[in-house]
Write a protein that binds this ligand. Structure first.
Ligand code: PAF
Length: 283
């Protein structure tokens, strides 16, 4: 497994791999790998000849007062996990390599970036789309794999890839959960044991909403109210948003149908957690 820090070196290696007829699959991450990331890498291993993992805590997607400085980092551990997962190349640039002095170019996706996490975290998606475009240009992937936990991020990246005719196939992978239901996230390490217990309210609320839909309820406002009440019963939980949206457009829905996804963002203590589920079980 090679570790590359320089964008130009990574790009030259990627172009050489392609000239040699090998396909590249790519898993972009901010590191501090967990089992969810490993499931993306496993899929990547299946889908390409050369598997590239990027590890870059991207400063432009963090707002003021967010956790950029504190974001968990452990490159040594990540390297060991990546090697076990069959990664061929880790691309781990520094912020100065990705955003050298004088950097002035950003990618903006309109519309679907303005709601949900985009409304709560202004500028976040501009940072994500900019860095993902740069990573795609550097790594030259045929396939890129993202987790569905960041449901809106995946929708934004799909939109951007289609709009800019980027020659990469975007693959979404199901949310990976702890045995008790908590969605895997690098930020779960911030939770105290008591907050960790309270955080289960996210997956439990999704489960309850799906059960309500399965038993015939389809009034989105009523389901949202139930979920809000359930979350607010936890002493350290504060709702950022609870929304039922169309899975492609992310527009709010008043009546639940097979396209509905319930999206949650909840602060548990200082930690902002997100989770989601489609509401109508697949046949
Ligand atoms: O999902 C993430 O870890 C990040 O948003 C991404 C896609 C690696 C961009 O920094």
């Amino acid at each position: 497994m090679d570790i590359i820090n320089q964008p130009l070196q990574m790009q030259q290696r990627a172009l050489a791999e392609k000239r040699a007829g090998r396909t590249i699959s790519f898993v972009p991450t901010m590191g501090y790998l967990h089992a969810g990331h490993l499931s993306l890498l496993e899929e990547g291993r299946r889908r390409g000849d050369v598997l590239v993992l990027s590890i870059f805590v991207n400063p432009t997607q963090f707002g003021q007062g967010e956790d950029f400085e504190d974001y968990p980092r452990d490159l040594e551990r990540d390297q060991a996990l990546a090697a076990q997962a069959g990664v061929d190349i880790i691309f781990a640039p520094g912020a100065r390599e990705m955003y050298p002095s004088g950097y002035a170019t950003y990618v903006d996706v309109e519309g679907i970036t303005e709601t949900l996490c985009g409304a709560s975290r202004p500028g976040h998606f501009r940072g994500v789309t900019t860095v993902v475009t740069k990573l795609f240009t550097i790594v030259q992937p045929d396939v890129a794999i993202f987790g569905e936990k960041d449901f809106q991020q995946l929708a934004v990246i799909r939109r951007m890839t289609a709009d800019l005719n980027l020659p990469v196939k975007i693959v979404g992978m199901p949310i990976y959960r702890e045995v008790d239901g908590l969605a895997m996230s690098s930020r779960n390490v911030y939770l105290t044991p008591d907050q960790r217990r309270q955080a289960l309210v996210l997956s439990q609320s999704l489960h309850e909403a799906r059960t309500m839909v399965a038993s015939g309820h389809n009034d989105a406002a009523m389901i949202i109210r139930q979920v809000q009440i359930r979350i607010s019963a936890q002493p350290d939980a504060r709702v950022d948003y609870v929304r039922i949206c169309h899975c492609l457009t992310l527009e709010d829905q008043s009546v639940v149908d097979e396209n509905s996804v319930l999206l949650l963002a909840v602060f548990v203590g200082q930690t902002r957690l997100i989770d989601n589920a489609v509401l109508v079980a697949a046949q």
